[in-house]
Design a protein around this ligand. Structure first.
Ligand code: R5P
Length: 264
């Protein structure tokens, strides 16, 4: 009964039940706003950046779900034909389940556009990505695209990195190297690099590529391009979730239903 009530949209859930739990009502309404913001940003990005016959890199995460939804809608309604290259197992499933044409970088090494979410974006569109552990393939796919477009809700829009996103910068590492990499990062750059633990499995998160993730919680603002290069030089580091100078446009879905654009 409780589960059924939680799954009902606010408009159809019995008002009597919600009035007994007023804070639940507030949480529900703000979750609804976030989801609408994600959808608005994703739909706008697809409408403005995807044309017929385009080769599209499909990012990962919860916002990208709405981008694929819009691609599928346009395929049904206008006969839009696109070839999609996924950035994760999740993205692959989204593409397949929405009956879109799937490819990979061996067959389709050059993409017209890549559309992806972000955990945080600053004013220069330097990004933190990898909250869902997909940063490696996401960066490869974004680098193969002529244009890299970010879609996010208002919570991801920051002046400087770390303002909103407190979970640190994901760093994908070869499992046997995670201890020396952790020590090097903490000694050279400060902060704390924490091995990401799985939620429904004992032990660490294992990425789609069989690696571990260190979440580096930094303690000051850095020159991100320099820091990214420095971390990439540590043996055992496969990739970071710092995307510097890659995105040219971002769409942020706002609380009032509008979409804010940023171009660099
Ligand atoms: O690893 C995950 C990706 O980098 C996501 O694009 C990022 O975490 C944003 O995800 P979401 O759209 O769920 O906020």
């Amino acid at each position: 009964m409780m589960m059924r009530l939680l799954l009902q949209p606010i408009s159809t859930a019995p008002a009597k039940w919600f009035s007994r739990f007023p804070c639940r009502q507030v949480v529900w309404a703000s979750m609804d706003k976030v989801e609408s913001a994600k959808r608005a940003a994703a739909h706008r990005a697809v409408d403005e950046h995807v044309k017929d016959s385009y080769k599209v890199g499909v990012g990962s995460g919860s916002t990208v779900v709405f981008a694929v939804e819009r691609l599928a809608q346009r395929a049904r309604e206008e006969g839009l034909k696109v070839v999609c290259v996924p950035t994760s197992f999740q993205a692959r499933q989204l593409i397949v389940n929405n009956n879109l044409e799937i490819s990979d970088l061996e067959i389709t090494p050059e993409l017209d556009v890549a559309i992806d979410g972000a955990d945080e974006a600053d004013q220069q569109l330097t990004l933190i990505k990898g909250g869902g552990g997909c940063q490696l393939q996401e960066k490869i796919v974004a680098a193969a695209a002529k244009t890299f477009v970010v879609i996010a809700d208002y919570r991801k829009d920051s002046t400087v990195l770390g303002e909103q996103w407190k979970k640190g910068i994901p760093i994908e590492v070869v499992p046997m190297a995670y201890c020396p990499v952790k020590l090097k990062i903490e000694n050279e750059l400060g902060g704390q690099a924490v091995l990401r633990q799985a939620k429904a499995k004992a032990g660490p998160v294992v990425t789609d590529n069989g690696n571990f993730i260190l979440d580096w919680v930094f303690d000051k603002i850095h020159d991100w391009e320099k820091v990214n290069q420095q971390i990439m030089m540590i043996p055992g580091v496969v990739e970071t979730g710092l995307f510097v100078g890659m995105a040219s446009t971002a769409y942020f879905g706002m609380q009032d239903g509008s979409v804010k654009e940023r171009h660099v």
